[in-house]
Write a protein that binds this ligand. Structure first.
Ligand code: ARG
Length: 451
């Protein structure tokens, strides 16, 4: 029997059904159902034999899902109903006992928490793999000078290792964010029923233990309304994607003939359909472009959840495609970034030539005056005057004469030329976290300790 006298409109079915994407929750839904059925039997809510029959049917369902032989049907609205239907087909009427003391509302929240937790762990694993790759490349380029940039203008020379390690620390913060996502999935929604709790003497803690939750959600209303953990995953993924996009953007720049700093391996590059000479770092460009897609999913789900009255609303079904696409995009990008970094080749000479530009040493010359007692703000002005003089006359800073220096400051002597000589710029940046080799070695050790 049904309370409806008219079949659903086909367009409504199409709008309403989530089976087209939530089939991915299948394995989690089976684990949940196993734990739930075991608890029902344990508590005497269903008979032991009924419990065993349910477990046998769920074993078969799991097998069918694994082999790809699960018979999805056009009438299946979502994965929860499809699995329950199949359990009834396989076990007979006793299969109808599976849905005792649960609702799709606490069920879907639990499946989503399990899925989110598993993929927060997968993201963390993939991030660690990328960090390892970056650390290895940094180690191999410990003392390769390159220009450091601000505003994409050459600013101060740094070691390539130092620059690459910057990404390791960004990713280390991503790891912390994904650990927080995992923590946000730690409380079991199941047992909340539709919203108010259930009429049976269930043991939620037992189900929580079995499914790897640290405890149970304290409030049944909150339990079925909560999708914070999905927002948390999307926020962590958006930030991580943004980090990868900056790496991608730099690889694109470095691979251009204008920079000529790096070349990605052939396995990570494309040719052109018309220009035979071209080799383009498409993977790096896509890392650049995928990030806003993940951020878009975060914004979209905030749009779904904001102002939504408690508790479950069908709106919340929209959480899935945003999460699934973000998961797929992030995991793909992390794997691509790792492969690209493992195969990248740097050009020592080009990097060094770009880093030996004298103007980046202007700050060091300003510091020389500071060591002689001049306030930094004043020395900054003196050196700016020298830079202008050099630029206006088409010379480098070291081509200015002693007489010209004297016109700008009495404190300038031959030491000025020594500072500009270059070799000491990088090693003088020996403050904690700086680019000197000693400090980069320290960093490398700390970074390795993270893994
Ligand atoms: N397919 C639904 C979703 O993804 C499952 C929950 C349905 N609950 C309900 N009361 N209609 O959100």
């Amino acid at each position: 029997m049904s309370r409806f006298s008219e079949p659903q409109h086909p367009v409504f079915r199409q709008l309403n059904a989530s089976i087209g994407f939530d089939w991915r929750l299948g394995p989690y839904d089976v684990s949940l159902s196993r734990a739930h059925a075991a608890m029902l039997a344990q508590q005497g809510i269903i008979g032991t034999e009924d419990g065993e029959a349910l477990q046998r049917a769920l074993d078969l369902v799991e097998q069918e899902l694994q082999d790809g032989t699960f018979p999805f049907e056009p009438d299946d609205e979502d994965v929860h109903m499809a699995i329950e239907r199949r359990v009834i087909e396989l076990a007979g009427p006793v299969g109808g006992k599976l849905h005792t003391a649960r609702s799709r509302n606490d069920q879907v929240a639990t499946d989503m928490a399990l899925f989110t937790r598993a993929h927060a762990q997968a993201a963390a694993d993939a991030i660690r793999t990328l960090m390892r790759a970056l650390i290895e490349v940094a180690e191999r380029h410990l003392d390769w000078p390159m220009p450091g940039y601000t505003h994409l203008q050459r600013a101060q020379p740094v070691y390539l290792s130092h620059h690459l390690l910057a990404y390791v620390w960004m990713l280390a913060r991503d790891l912390e964010r994904f650990a927080a996502v995992e923590a946000a999935t730690a409380r079991l929604p199941l047992g909340a029923g539709a919203l108010a709790g259930v009429n049976f003497d269930t043991d939620r803690r037992r189900v929580a233990r079995e499914l790897g939750f640290g405890g149970v959600a304290e409030n049944s209303i909150d339990a079925v309304s909560n999708r914070d953990f999905v927002l948390d995953y999307l926020a962590a993924a958006a930030t991580c994607g943004t980090h990868l996009s900056r790496l991608g953007a730099e690889i694109v720049l470095w691979s251009s003939s204008e920079f000529g700093f790096a070349e990605v391996s052939d396995a990570w590059a494309s040719g052109s359909s018309i220009m035979p000479q071209k080799k383009t770092p498409d993977a790096a460009e896509l890392l650049r472009a995928k990030a806003p897609r993940i951020a878009g999913h975060l914004v979209a789900l905030h749009g779904v959840m904001h102002a939504l009255p408690l508790t479950y609303n069908k709106d919340m079904q929209e959480d899935k495609e945003h999460l699934f696409d973000a998961v797929d995009t992030l995991e793909l990008c992390l794997a691509a970034a790792t492969g690209m970094i493992e195969g990248i080749a740097f050009d020592r000479e080009r990097l060094a030539a770009a880093a030996s530009d004298e103007f980046p040493a202007a700050t060091d010359v300003a510091d020389l005056l500071v060591r002689r007692g001049m306030p930094f703000r004043e020395s900054h002005g003196v050196i700016a005057g020298l830079v202008k003089r050099a630029v206006d006359s088409g010379r480098t800073l070291s081509q200015l004469t002693r007489e010209e220096l004297a016109e700008h400051s009495a404190l300038l002597d031959d030491e000025y030329y020594t500072v500009l000589n270059g070799t000491t710029w990088l090693e003088s940046k020996d403050s904690e976290g700086g680019t000197s080799q000693r400090r980069v070695r320290e960093q490398l050790e700390r970074a390795r300790a993270l893994l």
